[in-house]
Every structure is written in structure tokens, then in C-alpha cells.
Design a binder for this molecule. Structure first.
Ligand code: ZN
Length: 469
């Protein structure tokens, strides 16, 4: 995610409000036959659910732009990890009409702000595949800061981090449960649809268009998306033939010039981090005044203020965030420090001839005596502060680390780290341990000052190598 600076404070305030309303700790159910209603993330403890893993989502929605009515039928193919007489999904979308488990009607209740509690007709035995189907329908409200969003045309799109998907389909909403995803969307025939992965169907029957998109690789909930609008498409291919499909809302068509550089951006990122991890790429350029752009998988969503550097940032996330995802939201530096460093330092250095050591030193000169600049930790910044210091100090941290251990260690090591966690999860403690294993330089003090500290690091860690003044 990248935020536009003037709205960062608003967004951080909204996230803080969300975080503040959460219980300090998820309460595991006393009943061993009930899946836990939360997985204990340090910031969002009631996100996700215990007792099962989802392997695939097959979501079908109908959306009617004039009325904003959203009707859905979501099928989840899951495997139980314990006996289940009851379990939860995360969902805060339209009214639920029917829930089935293994094709038998199931009991259900909506609990709190995002839990759909399900009681199967027959308890589920551990270790077995099972299928959940949820039917829902209603006039979907325009979410204020995340999830389902009505565009100026009356179309809609989904975007938000860490929460978005639960506003338009039910899921296990946690970074720890990736699944493949396919989406079938039916709209009035004059509207177009774009989503993640590849388009496998686009048919017009009478007044209606039905479009299906599917992913070949697993994806997290907040990284799934859909945009329904009067879209103008840009179809490109990488040199290896991979399709790059991009879409532009009416007032965003001028931004095609930025997106035409996507093949060059992906080549550059491959040279840093190894093969692009997905089967397709592209982007979605909305004309809604979004306060952020977002790394939705294979198809980032761009706000009207997005620049070429935003394209570099969101596509860096395809490696750092999407293919390799955080274990907990306290690990967010793995996503944002790398995306910001790549867009703010590596692209300007390698593609625009910028002196990034000078850029680093001038930033330090400006910020070294401002305690508030240093007070939010990069690792474990605190609930509601995930999307703050990682954008400003994250690039400084990685530039100092690179200068401390040298390019010959830094670049192969970070590429190997992200590649070894492809399609999975990783944590900041794992990153620290791995980088230490790659160099004889003792990194303990450096990491403690830069990542755990709430004050400016010692000068010997601020000015290693060529940064020394
Ligand atoms: Zn980002």
C-alpha cells in the first residue's frame, strides 16, 4: 500500500479507531468441537478462524450499478483441522439468506462486526474436505475507508488493507490461510469487469454480461479485488509472452502512459528479486479519490494521484507482501520497507541516475533532531500504526543495511529470502536471523537500533560504509 501524504493522518486515525475497539486477546472457545473465532494476530486477534483451512474460493456475484444491489453466492472448499460442530467465517457484507455445509442447510448467525457463525447439520470430522456455500444479497453501502467502494460512475471496486474482502464475500480473513480464488461477475452488458489473475470467460447474453477471472496461485483476502466500471483496457505482453491486463476508469484513461512502462518495471524487479511470481500482471486505475493505492495480487489498484514510482512500489509488493506474506501484521516492514526502498531508492538510483547516498544524508539532516520521526518502531509498530514509519524510515533502514553489509551480500540475500518464502509467509524475526546468517558482520546492535528502537539509531548505525560523513 502507498498512502498519499495529506490523508495519511486521517487513515491512521481510522485504523487506530478500529484497533482500539478490539479485545486485547482472542478468546479461544472452551468447547473443543468449536473452531476458534480468531487466530490471535497481535493487532487483529479476532481476524481469521480456527478449525479449518480454505483451499479454494469460488465466488459469484451479481452487481447492479443503478441500485448498488450486490447479490452473491460464495463457495469455500476447505479441510477441517479438528472436529467441528460449529465454526466461523469473516463477513460483514450484505444480508445472508442461506448457508449450506456439504450441500445440507446449516444454521447461521451474525456475531459482532464481522463474524458469520455456522452450525452444520452434521458435525465435521477432523482432516476431511468440506464445502461451505453462502448466499447473500442487499444494497451494499459505500464503505468509508476500506472494502467495497462505489465509484463515481455507479460502478464499484474493492480495496483495503488489512480488511477488504469481508465486505463483499465471506472468507477466512487472515494472512495465514491463502487459497486460490475465482470470481464470476454478472453485470448489465454495457459494464466491464476486472479482477485478479486471468480472464477465463466474458459472455454477453441478452442484457447481461458474465465475466470470470481466476488465479492460479493462492491469494490472501485483502489482495483479492474486483472493479466494475466503464473500463478502457490496455493489453500488453512481457517479452516472455506473459499477459499484462490493465483497466482504466473513465477519468483515468490518461494514465495509460504510466502503465505502458509496466513491462520495464517488472523486468527491473525481476533483476532484483528473481522471477515474477504470478501468471499475469497489470493494474486497475480508478477515478475515485482513494487515499491509498494497493498491491492487489497481479492487478494493483491505483488512486488518481499514483505515479510511476507508485507502480514500482505496488509491483514490488507482488514479491514482498503478495507471494511472500506477513505472518502477523507486526511484520508489516517486510512489505512496506521493501516496497518503499525499491520505489524511492533503487529505481531512482538504477533507472534515473540519482545519488541515493546524498538523498539518504539529506533526509537524515532534515529528520535527525525530530524525535517524532523516530518514535514509531519499524518492527512491531503497534496496532493502527502499521502504515506510518515503514514508508519514511523503512527505506533508510534498508539503505543503511545495504551499506553495512555491502551490495554483494545484500542483494543476493534479500532475493534468496523472498524466493524461499514464495507463496507462503515470513516474519521480521526470520528476516533478521536469515540476514545475520549471510554475513560475518554482527547485526544485533544494528537491528536493535533500527527496528526495535523508538529513538534515532546510534551514529555508527546511521552512517555505515559510504554513508559515513
Ligand atoms: Zn505498500
Amino acid at each position: 500500500m502507498t498512502s498519499c501524504k495529506w490523508l495519511c493522518a486521517v487513515l491512521a486515525g481510522a485504523l487506530l479507531a478500529v484497533g482500539a475497539s478490539l479485545p486485547a486477546q482472542a478468546q479461544p472457545p472452551a468447547d473443543p468441537l468449536v473452531g476458534a473465532p480468531g487466530l490471535g494476530d497481535p493487532y487483529y486477534p479476532d481476524d481469521g478462524n480456527g478449525g479449518y483451512h480454505v483451499g479454494h474460493y469460488a465466488v459469484a456475484i451479481d452487481y447492479d450499478p443503478p441500485t448498488h444491489k450486490l447479490t452473491g453466492n460464495a463457495r469455500l472448499d476447505a479441510v477441517s483441522t479438528q472436529p467441528l460442530r460449529m465454526f466461523d467465517l469473516d463477513f460483514n457484507g450484505p444480508a445472508v439468506q442461506q448457508v449450506s455445509v456439504n450441500n445440507l442447510p446449516a444454521g447461521f448467525a451474525r456475531i459482532g462486526d464481522h463474524k458469520l457463525n455456522i452450525t452444520p447439520a452434521l458435525p465435521i470430522l477432523p482432516g476431511l474436505p468440506f464445502t461451505v456455500t453462502v448466499r447473500y444479497s442487499g444494497i451494499e453501502a459505500n464503505s468509508s475507508d476500506h472494502g467495497w467502494t462505489i465509484s463515481p460512475s455507479g460502478g464499484a471496486f474493492a480495496a483495503g488493507e488489512p480488511h477488504s474482502a469481508a465486505t463483499w464475500y465471506p472468507l477466512n480473513d487472515t494472512p495465514l490461510d491463502k487459497a486460490t480464488f475465482d470470481l464470476t461477475v454478472t453485470v448489465p452488458q454495457e459494464w466491464q469487469v476486472i479482477s485478479n489473475g486471468l480472464r477465463v470467460r466474458d459472455e454477453v447474453h441478452g442484457p447481461q454480461r458474465t465475466v470470470q477471472w481466476a488465479t492460479q496461485h493462492p491469494v490472501l483476502g485483502y489482495l483479492t479485488t474486483v472493479a466494475i466500471d466503464h473500463l478502457d483496457f490496455l493489453n500488453q505482453r512481457r517479452a516472455n509472452g506473459m499477459p499484462l491486463i490493465s483497466a482504466f476508469a473513465a477519468r483515468a484513461v490518461a494514465r495509460k502512459d504510466i502503465e505502458r512502462r509496466l513491462p520495464e518495471v517488472l523486468d527491473f524487479l525481476e533483476s532484483l528479486y528473481g522471477p515474477y511470481p504470478f501468471e499475469s500482471g497489470g493494474g486497475i486505475y480508478v477515478d475515485t479519490d482513494l487515499p491509498f493505492s494497493l498491491e492487489t495480487q497481479t492487478r494493483p489498484i491505483y488512486a488518481p494521484w499514483a505515479t510511476l514510482h507508485t507502480v514500482v512500489h505496488e509491483n514490488t509488493h507482488q514479491w514482498w507482501g503478495d507471494s511472500m506474506s506477513v505472518k502477523n501484521w507486526s511484520d508489516v516492514c517486510l512489505n512496506e520497507c521493501f516496497a518503499s526502498y525499491t520505489a524511492d531508492y533503487l529505481w531512482p538510483e538504477r533507472k534515473e541516475g540519482k545519488d541515493v547516498d546524498a538523498q539518504y544524508r539529506s533526509t537524515l539532516t532534515r529528520e535527525r533532531n525530530r524525535p517524532e520521526y523516530w518514535q514509531t518502531r519499524l518492527q512491531n509498530p503497534g496496532a493502527g500504526k502499521e502504515f506510518t514509519s515503514v514508508y519514511s524510515r523503512g527505506p533508510l533502514f534498508l539503505h543503511a543495511l545495504r551499506r553495512l553489509i555491502g551490495d554483494g551480500v545484500f542483494f543476493p540475500s534479500v532475493a534468496q529470502f523472498v524466493r524461499s518464502h514464495a507463496y507462503g509467509n515470513a516474519s521480521m524475526p526470520e528476516f533478521r536471523q536469515y540476514m545475520q546468517s549471510r554475513t560475518p558482520v554482527d547485526l544485533s546492535g544494528f537491528f536493535a537500533d533500527w527496528l526495535d528502537g523508538a529513538t534515532r539509531p546510534a551514529d555508527r548505525y546511521l552512517y555505515p560504509g559510504s554513508l559515513h560523513t
